[in-house]
Design a protein around this ligand. Structure first.
Ligand code: PEP
Ligand code: MN
Length: 337
């Protein structure tokens, strides 16, 4: 339930409403806009039965929130969120590009990627130290050694860093080295992991599950935010359908759907969505045009030698060209690239 206060509601009226709600054992989340204050109520709303909030001083109206996700819901927080990470932010007015290899393979590979993607205009370095591979015999990642390279690359270039965590053990290591955590598609509904990243204090990028609905995805984000961490960015990375022409099916309509339902930023990963290097360019442009707050792109110094996801990885020059081509799209959307 949300209680929308009148534009001229006094501070006194707002705190009276807040106190009344809290006195019934419910949680309050205040969203103060330029004009209107919204009092979001979380918890068992039957505890407010018999109380007509609409007649309280300063209250404009009461709206029932039927969705099970509350704190990530746009109704609770009508203004789009901007998520601070290192000395940058993800959200309104910006187009964030995260780029780097699928997997951190060695020191020089990551450092070289960092320097090249920075030169081309990316602000984040991505790279997996814990790889959730389909086969247990495929390269599983360098783990802590990879995280150390990530920290060094971030320090050397000034790029913010993001790494996927696949377990509580990976999380306990990653928090010491990276600026942002990534929850991958395969772990979108690993609720224990979601709760723990919610308590980690680091910003989180939450990828859409392999076959997750938008509602399931937003509920997964609610697990993180309900542990006290509001710094969440969503990432559409394609979903499993009957189509086999691409690795996954990029659901670009999820971008405007999410923007209508949630205040959280959303970025698009056309690399995992298409699985094909030649198909990364146009979906990237389309993602910006449809309102995405950023992109995640896989880049490798030698895609054909990559230990993971070579076929979808761009070369450095292809990435630099993509960045140049994105500029007019960013401009059209009033986003700083
Ligand atoms: C990745 O980003 O390297 C990755 C494994 O992505 P996803 O979880 O989307 O498959
Ligand atoms: Mn990958």
């Amino acid at each position: 339930m949300i209680i929308i206060m009148k534009p001229n509601a006094s501070q006194e009226a707002i705190s009276q409403v807040t106190k009344l709600v809290e006195s019934k054992g419910l949680q309050v989340h205040l969203s103060k806009g330029d004009e209107v204050t919204i009092v979001g109520v979380v918890g068992d709303k039957s505890k407010l039965r018999g109380i007509n909030m609409e007649i309280s001083e300063g209250v404009e109206k009461v709206v029932q929130v039927t969705e099970s996700y509350k704190l990530v819901n746009k109704k609770f927080h009508p203004e789009d969120s901007s998520i601070p990470v290192k000395h940058t932010s993800i959200g309104p007015g910006t187009l964030t590009v995260m780029a780097g290899p699928c997997a951190i393979e060695n020191h020089d590979q990551l450092l070289q990627c960092a320097q090249e993607v920075k030169k081309a205009g990316a602000t984040f370095l991505r790279g997996g130290a814990f790889k959730p591979r389909t086969s247990p015999y495929s390269f599983q990642g360098l783990e802590e050694e990879g995280l150390r390279y990530m920290e060094e690359a971030g320090r050397a270039t000034g790029l913010a860093t993001i790494c996927e965590v696949t377990s509580l053990r990976a999380l306990s290591m990653a928090v010491n080295y990276v600026d942002m955590l990534q929850i991958g598609a395969r772990n979108m509904q690993n609720f224990e992991l979601l709760k723990e990243v919610g308590r980690s204090g680091l910003p989180v990028m939450l990828k859409r599950g392999l076959a997750a609905t938008v509602d399931e995805w937003l509920n997964a984000a609610e697990y993180i935010i309900s542990e006290g961490n509001p710094h969440i960015v969503l990432c559409e990375r394609g979903i499993r359908t009957y189509e086999t022409a691409t690795r996954n099916t990029l659901d670009l309509s999820a971008v405007p759907v999410i923007r209508a339902k949630s205040h959280l930023p959303i970025i698009v990963d056309p690399s995992h969505a298409t699985g094909v290097r030649a198909l990364v360019e146009h979906p990237s442009q389309a993602a910006v045009a449809v309102g995405a707050d950023g992109l995640m792109i896989e880049v490798h110094p030698c895609p054909s030698c990559a230990l993971s996801d070579g076929p979808q990885s761009l070369t450095f020059s292809q990435f630099a060209q993509l960045m140049t081509e994105l500029k007019p799209y960013a401009q059209l959307e009033n986003r700083r690239l």
